[in-house]
Design a protein around this ligand. Structure first.
Ligand SMILES: [Zn+2]
Length: 503
């Protein structure tokens, strides 16, 4: 290994930087796939810390101008280096927050899988008690109160570390996100605000029918996005029972001529108790080693999340292997969710469901549920994203952030208690701004899919020319793609579709 102080060229730097990425991804895959015996978990965690320390030193050397002149650093590498330059501080705080969630945010009077309910097992508890609203309400109130008591200090410390560290390099997490997305902070905020505003009325309207249909009671804040996710498609599992989502996805890949998928993607569907329940994609070495961690069960939900992760894998295994690291491995946060969002749309596309033999009545109901999902997501994520932005932009303290979140959730849909934000798995646990990425990806993916439907047919996933377009224009060039050629963030197509005819 070369000491960061001895590196004098961007090429050597990038090779060393990529090694840390490969090592960390490999270790993270071992953890999330549940393959490691419990006693070895701390060794793996130590390994991650040690590689992160190296990445941090490399990033600092780059940003301090000891490797190349700072104005020669490619933008996407600079953004990545800024967030990596404080990896150890942020990881220490993240581990503290995660451990407190497991060990202190605990409801002794409630159980799941034979253990008291903690913040870490709260979602599993909800899934196991879906029919018991009173019990779930009791857990909801208790978890939120304890999360506020135990997590507000380390979360505040994490945000303060983020402010200080980014300001060292003359920027802040919000500006970095917006700059990478190629838009101003004002425009980013306007897009998020618009998504919450347009979603509100159709969401409340559709919710008045879907809530009692699925959960048996009127609209209720206790049923958050994570209560919905596992149940919203359950009634279609039977119609989908003889489908194997990842086998179907591999078939789509063959039809599109995405050869990287068969060559480089491994599907790890071995059942293990410690495996994370939702599918995840682990690019170990881009483009030629990628593993999708997948747990069988809930067939329909697995199709939507499996096609999403499959989309990440497809994208990352079609990238030109000869590109330099900063074009091949690093992506602006605002762009990385686009390919996965494109492929995820296939799973609920009526044309595709017809191909799988689903009847028209069921397809109509799937489409309505999917629309409900999107609206629920929009109003909730708009509130979360704007709160996170305000924390950095206006320097909000935790209590002010809770207040802002409560006010925004009420403005866009269902009012949630402000302290709820401390229970979330993204907003209070990561320094960087990431959540608007999903929203921007939805807007862009809608345009790209519409373009493919027009050019290659309503069933574009059966047309190898559509595969050729995605591969050559969007995937192969790595991050060197001007997305504005294929989609516009001014487009209303996505909003028009999800808002539908209910307004
Ligand atoms: Zn994703």
């Amino acid at each position: 290994m070369i000491s960061p102080s001895k590196i004098r060229s961007l090429k050597v730097f990038e090779e060393e930087y990529e090694k840390t990425e490969v090592a960390i991804s490999q270790l993270q895959y071992l953890l999330e796939s549940g393959q490691v015996v419990r006693e070895a978990v701390s060794d793996i965690t130590k390994g991650i810390t040690s590689w992160s320390g190296r990445r941090e030193r490399l990033a600092q050397a780059l940003l301090n101008g000891t490797i190349i002149s700072t104005d020669e650093i490619p933008q996407v590498l600079r953004s990545d280096a800024i967030s990596s330059s404080l990896m150890s501080t942020s990881q220490t705080l993240q581990t503290e927050i995660r451990n407190l969630g497991k060990e202190s945010v605990i409801l002794a009077d409630l159980e799941v899988d034979g253990a008291p309910v903690s913040l870490a097992s709260w979602r599993r508890f909800n899934a196991a008690n879906i029919a018991n609203l009173d019990l779930r309400r009791h857990a909801f109130d208790g978890i939120i109160e304890l999360a506020y008591e135990h997590l507000r200090k380390p979360v505040q410390a994490l945000f303060e570390a983020g402010r200080t560290a980014y300001s060292q390099y003359g920027t802040d997490p919000v500006s970095v996100f917006a700059q990478d997305a190629g838009i101003s902070v004002e425009r980013l905020k306007a897009i998020i605000h618009k998504s919450g505003t347009v979603a509100r009325d159709p969401f409340l309207d559709l919710a008045s029918r879907v809530w009692p249909e699925v959960l048996g009671h009127p609209i209720n804040p206790v049923d958050d996005l994570y209560v919905w996710r596992p149940v919203v498609f359950t009634e279609f599992d039977e119609a989908y029972a003889n489908q194997e989502p990842m086998t179907n996805f591999a078939q789509i890949m063959r039809q599109l001529g995405m050869n990287g998928f068969a060559k480089y993607v491994e599907i790890d569907d071995v059942p293990r108790p410690d495996k994370t329940p939702s599918p995840s994609d682990h690019p170990i070495k881009i483009p030629n080693r990628n593993i999708i961690v997948f747990k069988k069960g809930r067939p329909f939900e697995n199709a939507t999340s499996g096609y999403h992760e499959g989309g990440h894998a497809c994208h990352l295994t079609e990238i030109d292997p000869n590109l330099p690291t900063s074009q091949r491995v690093l992506f602006p946060l605002s762009d990385i969710e686009i390919p996965s969002t494109i492929f995820e749309t296939i799973a609920t596309d009526p044309v595709y469901l017809r191909e799988l033999g689903m009847d028209e009545e069921t397809i109509g109901r799937v489409s309505e549920r999917e629309r409900f999902n999107e609206l629920l997501y929009l109003q909730f994520y708009a509130a979360l994203s704007l709160t996170k932005i305000a924390i950095y932009e206006e320097g909000l303290e935790i209590d002010q952030a809770c207040e802002r979140f409560e006010q925004l959730t009420e403005q866009y849909g269902i009012k949630l208690p402000g302290q709820y934000i401390l229970t979330h798995h993204i907003i209070p646990r990561y320094m960087a701004v990431y959540s608007p990425a999903y929203l921007l990806a939805k807007i862009r993916a809608e345009d790209i899919v519409a373009g493919m439907k027009e050019e290659y047919g309503e069933d574009w996933w059966n047309n190898p020319e559509a595969g050729g377009f995605l591969r050559e224009s969007l995937f192969r060039p790595g991050n060197n793609v001007d997305l504005n050629e294929f989609s516009s963030l001014d487009s209303n197509s996505y909003f028009d579709r999800v808002v539908g005819n209910s307004i």
